[in-house]
Ligand binder design. Sequence first.
Ligand code: GLA
Length: 396
Amino acid sequence: MRALNHERLVEEFQARFPRSGPIQIVEAPGRVNLLGEHTDYNAGFVFPMAIDAGIQLAGALNGTAQVNLYSLDYAAQESFLLKEIVPSKENSWANYVKGVFREFQKLGREPQGVDLVITGSVPQGAGLSSSAALEVGTALLLTALHNWQLETRDLVKLAQRAENDFVGVACGIMDQFASLMGRESHALFLDCRSLEYAAVPLPLAERGYAVAVLNSGVRRGLASSQYNIRRRQCEEAVQLLQEKLPGITSLRDVGPEHLAVVNQLPEPLKRRARHVVTENARVLQGVAALQAGDLEEFGRLVSASHASLRDDFEVSCRELDILVELALEVPGVLGSRMTGAGFGGCTIALVPRSSLPTFEEQIRIEYQRRTGLPAEIFTFRPAPGARLIAAARPRS
Ligand code: GLA
């Protein structure tokens, strides 16, 4: 999938919504998470990077009380009145946008009628956060169109609430955060409790490595029900652990030094909690390894994260395990793991650039042979977060 150039996007907008007024354009990236999976809703640490693919939006105020959305990728239109924002059954993509309008209204802002054209350059439903990008992109576009002043962190939280409360997915904060705050050539080390973060340089390209992203082609069917079950299990684990570790309020407060206590929990809570505790530690170690220039150690932690997600948290699936296994068979690959919620979607692998052709060929052939599915392989660069492109004025 390729992004459109801005002129094309404006032309597409004009074709649907002819006008002469200024049009705002926003680009919001997807993300891959390098380390720290299923830790965000446990108030823990994550380490994602925004990628150079995502969602593009072109929009303008239309002077009415109605919002008109057009998705170029689905060739579908959805319109709604601002006084009556309810979820759409047939155009589920529109709900991410509607949710953002609704959240602004709940804050007491009064969004006006808008015409909006949307397109994406990131595969949807593959765990690369196209939905978070759409939420973040919409939020940024609306602030620009209305000249609202909002703190970036408040925008991140608003986008997350749109997903939690309107779309009905109980996600954490990582994806929206990465899409808004991404930095070129950096990953983001985020403390999901305080929302303090640091952009950490990723010296992969200089050292001859690429982040390959492998789409298993398995749609994350089980994802939302199993995701909610995992969240509940983590909360139950906290309740039980509080008997022995008074004062803890989330698994974030449980360190590797408490693993003996964790191991006394009943199954499966013991393994769920163990994953979160060790995963938080891996993020801290991984960031330290990168800062020390130790890419091999970073890669080892990435692969250890996969083992923990597969065996302890049980959110992997056969196809993701096969992709990881195949990646690690290619000489020089530093590490590999599933990324995102799991149950399908994508894996990442840290691959020497010089091995990329072999890597791609070998994995395509073997993955197809073992699963009957085609593997889609991308290489993404760490990219800047969502941004407003200078307002465009259509040619008359
Ligand atoms: C999804 C959610 C995130 C996070 C990951 C798992 O991507 O949207 O908030 O919980 O799963 O790490």
